[in-house]
Design a protein around this ligand. Sequence first.
Ligand SMILES: [Zn+2]
Ligand SMILES: [Zn+2]
Length: 173
Amino acid sequence: MLFDLTEVLSGENKVIQKEIPLELNAVTYQREEFQVVAKTPVSLTVTHVGKKEVLIEAAVDVTVRIPCDRCLADVDRRFHLSISRGFDLQVEEETRRRELDECGFLDGYKLDVDLMIFHEIILNWPMKILCREDCKGICRKCGKNLNEGACDCDMTELDPRMAKIFDIFNNSR
Ligand SMILES: [Zn+2]
Ligand SMILES: [Zn+2]
């Protein structure tokens, strides 16, 4: 949703507080799409500090469904986001975009709330997603989820030279 900053700029020290519905339904990260399974409205506070300088504060909880790195089971990862950033709207937009790396969520006096939250999720994306600390993963041979129990696969992969020795041993018996 776009939030118009014109109103807050109409007076010095003006503060606008609003609950804004989050429209974001999916997050695309590294060419993969992840569903947003739960979200709260964005609690947004915009303060006109003065001279077209605004402070944008936002808080929101977003839950994204991400597969476990090891067993691919769905993991609902909750992002508890709290954003606080100042912008000087007097500075040319091009300069701002270059210097502040704001990723285009502030377009003129329009704040793209969804895009801002999206970028915050990406910034907080976990290095590793595990369904549980000791996830056993998937068997590389039969594909069974090993958290549900062991499979019957023989995982002792023999060195081919060792295998030959075993053959000789077996044949000589
Ligand atoms: Zn797992
Ligand atoms: Zn197996």
